[in-house]
Design a protein around this ligand. Structure first.
Ligand code: FES
Length: 130
């Protein structure tokens, strides 16, 4: 196990390695992003973490960056250089953004599938407590 020093970290990148994303190349996306970070000597500034499913399987492969509050969709290994450059320059990688956090919630980019609502499930759970 590793214990990374995060003192200089500016971006935390979550790379979905859930089953849907893995079926379309999440491992290759992960390796490409990590290689690009290493090649640009950005390891002290960009920390990556593999995750399980992020609940947006339609957008596979999903990559999320914080504190930017940006969710990316349809990420491919060849996107890695442009994506890492976007982090380095603090500019969003616009062409792959699915959602942007605005403090009050997330705004979905045009062309991104809305997805199913959690509201029905919440109502059912709440009614069981009554
Ligand atoms: S497996 Fe990646 S969002 Fe579901």
């Amino acid at each position: 196990m590793a214990t990374w020093n995060l003192d200089k970290t500016k971006h935390h990148v979550l790379i979905c390695n859930g089953s849907s994303c893995n079926r379309v190349g999440a491992e290759e996306v992960t390796q490409a992003i990590r290689s690009e970070i290493a090649n640009q000597e950005l390891d002290p500034y960009i920390h990556t973490t593999r995750t399980l499913c992020n609940g947006r399987c339609h957008d596979k492969c999903v990559v999320i960056s914080y504190p930017d509050g940006l969710w990316y969709k349809d990420m491919k290994p060849h996107d890695a250089p442009e994506f890492v450059n976007s982090l380095k320059t603090n500019q969003p990688f616009f062409k792959k953004i699915s959602h942007t956090f605005y403090g009050e919630g997330f705004q979905r980019t045009d062309g991104t599938v809305k997805g199913i609502s959690k509201q029905k499930e919440t109502v059912i759970k709440a009614s069981k407590k009554l």
